[in-house]
Design a protein around this ligand. Structure first.
Ligand code: NDP
Length: 684
């Protein structure tokens, strides 16, 4: 179905479980290339307080699901959206996006959903509460400890998004929010809301999300922010001016509502002192700067705005960039030969032109004409076309505008430097950015510059000839990596894998006896009650096993022959095991000691139940520590306690984590670790 072929229609909001239109006719939204109306947007008459209340009321449906169930939901949603992706592409071109631009927005967004689905299944337990860090011991006798836990906020997450990524901007926020178990209200920027609305319709149509998990506001949010509460969270992407206004909204301040802001950012790319015009790094740099200026017509929060290059190479760099940018075919993205579409609207182009005039106070235009667009196809006077504009600022150390003014379009400024220190200083004048990149093949330059940039940036990418083919590039926020930046960039942090999920959860320090902590967290804590005796725990299926089930093994005395045998058998003849004098001279040992891996092997020999049964495999150990040396004649014993049971959704098995403590004849712990096993859900 080609939605563009339809006459302009009134966008609707999805509120309180139904699609509703505003009471007024609304404001027209225009195709960025042709100026033709695409849709009308309006949200007047909507009861915003009720939307928040509805999301909160329906929250328990999401919270009842485990992390794995919610991850499964995200996966199903991602797959369903992929099936209907061509519909989104068809409409996306009206925003001015080329097919390549739309790929980032549409499939990049769906990919983020799928990445979170996969991370949820692989990195989170199949529980509803998340443990954070280890148990903190708070008493000498072990009767009082603490464990940090994370539980989902019981409000709603309001996501106020920017116009440039109508799909990705929604999905990159929705994925961690839903995985955390929190309902969301999406407020897309009006300019491109028709594409977000289409995607939300398809999401709702799938029936995959529980009712109330997702609501949409097309148009102004009215008085919604007046009604946010302490259990809600608000995220904002857009201009610093709006962001700062919202951040200081009385309800947000007064109710301590979490507010994450991602605002404009003057991202820099630094060409290394080693990257002369005949190097691979120089060529990669030229390609990257040109790409960042032209992808989405430069309307990317991560785009390179400041090009910091060694003074000696600046002229060659400008020449190369001028040639490359001059070849960029600008026009209506419906034409497949077009490489760069228009800006999102004529207003946006006026805004960018105004910013270029401000930049011109410090810099001269060396490529592109902001006022007379040259287009390959489309009506140059109807669309928001702008050819890439490159500026050069000869004295960036004393300039202001080039470090302050963001032209949110295909605009960058080249600025020369002489020393690595100066390059860092120039980049930092952006007062905090989302990302910087450094193109160098010199590790010493990389170290100096990256460490100088890091405190001022959320992400720093090093580009060179080795990673040229595999690099994801300067401008791509990735689901596994933090996205956000300090200072001017808004001070927010998104994505970053499971870190992003935790933004929608409350961290609580729970204090009490080990038994109480075990009951609350579902994870056995040392010192908590145990059940030993009876059937060997390896004979129990997941359905029968309980945390605290414990095996106390028989004993085994380690002999010198054991140590020598192990040394010869494995080839590990390190002197501490083989040479009495040398071992004694070592500050840690009082003569020859057993290999750590011998202790672990003997421990397995003590705790394993050999017959086939519900335990299917041992897939590793975590946190292995050797705490006391074992000398010939020492006697080992093991306490193996069921610590955590993690049934896998949609599988016949799950993971069991065992606390394994190996002691000697004086009850001193010689080794401690977690044994990880795969166990069947039921007995055969
Ligand atoms: P705005 O700050 O005007 O808008 C951003 C979002 O906030 C939109 O959804 C907008 O909705 C909403 N909004 C505006 N006013 C209010 C309000 N009073 N209450 C609640 N929501 C509000 O930014 P633009 O989209 O116009 O973009 C302008 C600039 O933002 C760009 O030039 C660029 O500098 C920066 N930007 C930064 C991005 C980033 O990722 N860091 C991305 C995109 C833009 P509505 O559209 O309905 O007004």
């Amino acid at each position: 179905m080609n939605v563009m072929a339809k006459p302009p229609r009134r966008l609707e909001s999805y509120a309180g479980g139904t699609w509703v239109a505003g009471v007024s006719e609304g404001v027209p939204l225009l195709d960025a290339s042709t100026g033709a109306p695409i849709a009308f947007i309006d949200s007047t008459g909507i009861d915003f307080k009720a939307i928040l209340a509805y999301g909160r009321e329906k929250g328990p449906a999401l919270r009842r699901m485990s992390f794995h169930e919610r991850a499964g939901m995200l996966k199903a949603l991602g797959q369903a959206l992929l099936e209907t992706k061509e519909e989104f592409y068809a409409l996306s071109s009206a925003t001015g996006a080329t097919r390549a631009d739309s790929w980032v927005d549409i499939e990049g967004g769906i990919g983020t959903l799928l990445s979170y689905a996969s991370k949820g299944r692989r990195e989170l337990p199949n529980t509803r509460v998340l443990l954070d860090g280890d148990v903190e011991s708070l008493s000498k006798d072990g009767t009082f400890s603490a464990q940090h836990v994370l539980s989902p906020l019981q409000g709603v997450a309001v996501h106020i998004n920017a116009f440039n990524f109508p799909c990705w901007g929604m999905l990159e926020k929705l994925a961690p929010t839903l995985l955390a178990g929190v309902p969301a209200i999406i407020k897309p920027a009006s300019q491109t809301a028709y594409l977000t609305e289409l995607m939300v319709r398809r999401i709702i149509d799938t029936g995959i999300l529980p009712e109330g998990a997702l609501q949409l506001i097309c148009g102004s949010v009215g008085d919604l922010l007046d009604h946010v509460e302490g259990q809600d969270a608000v995220t904002f992407t857009g201009s610093a001016a709006t962001g700062q206004r919202l951040k200081t909204h009385k309800a947000i301040v007064g109710k301590s509502v979490r507010f994450t802001m991602e605002a404009d950012s003057l991202n820099a790319a630094v060409l290394g002192l080693d990257a002369a015009p005949d190097t691979d790094e120089f060529d990669l740099f030229v390609k990257e700067v040109a790409r960042e200026m032209t992808v989405k017509a430069g309307q990317k929060c991560t785009a390179i705005r400041r090009v910091i290059a060694p003074r000696a190479y600046s002229e060659a760099l400008i020449e190369s960039l001028r040639a490359r940018l001059g070849d960029t075919a600008v026009g209506n993205p419906a034409d497949q030969a077009v490489r760069m579409g228009p800006l999102a609207s004529l207003d946006q182009r006026e805004e960018v032109r105004a910013r270029i005039r401000e930049l011109a106070a410090d810099a001269e235009i060396v490529a592109g004409d902001p006022d007379n667009p040259r287009v390959l196809s489309g009506d140059a006077s109807a669309g928001a076309f702008l050819n890439p504009v490159l500026l050069y600022c000869d004295k960036p150390g004393s300039a202001r505008a080039v470090h302050d003014v963001e032209a949110f379009g295909p605009v960058s400024t080249v600025m020369p430097y002489d020393t690595a220190e100066e390059a860092v200083d120039l980049a930092r004048r952006g007062k905090g950015s989302l990302v910087a990149s450094v193109f160098t093949n010199d590790p010493a330059f990389a170290e100096e510059v990256v460490l100088g940039l890091a405190p001022f940036h959320g992400r720093v990418m090093i580009g060179n000839r080795i990673s040229a083919k595999s690099s994801t590039g300067h401008g791509s926020p990735l689901p596994g990596l933090v996205h956000g930046g300090p200072g001017r960039a808004g001070g927010g942090e998104e994505l970053g894998g499971i870190r992003g999920v935790k933004h929608y959860m409350q961290r609580t320090a729970v204090q009490g006896t080990p038994t109480m902590l075990s009951a609350v967290t579902g994870r056995w804590v040392p010192g908590a009650e145990v059940r030993s005796g009876g059937e060997h725990p390896f004979r129990k299926s997941l359905a029968e096993l309980r945390i605290g089930d414990q095996l106390v093994t028989g004993t085994r005395t380690v002999t010198l022959e054991d140590i020598e045998h192990f040394a010869q058998f494995t080839g590990d003849t390190f002197y501490a095991h083989m040479d009495e004098e040398a071992a004694k001279a070592n500050p840690f040992f009082d003569g020859r000691v057993a290999h750590g891996y011998l202790i672990v092997s003997f421990a397995a020999g003590l705790f394993v139940d050999p017959a086939p049964g519900p335990v299917l495999a041992n897939y590793g150990v975590d946190n292995l520590r050797f705490l006391t040396p074992v000398n010939p004649g020492d006697t080992l014993q093991v306490q193996l306690t069921c610590k955590e049971i993690n049934p896998r959704a949609n599988a016949e098995r799950g993971e069991v984590r065992w606390d394994c403590r190996v002691t000697n004849q004086t009850a001193a712990t010689v080794a401690q670790y977690d044994v990880l096993t795969m166990v069947a859900k039921t007995r055969e």
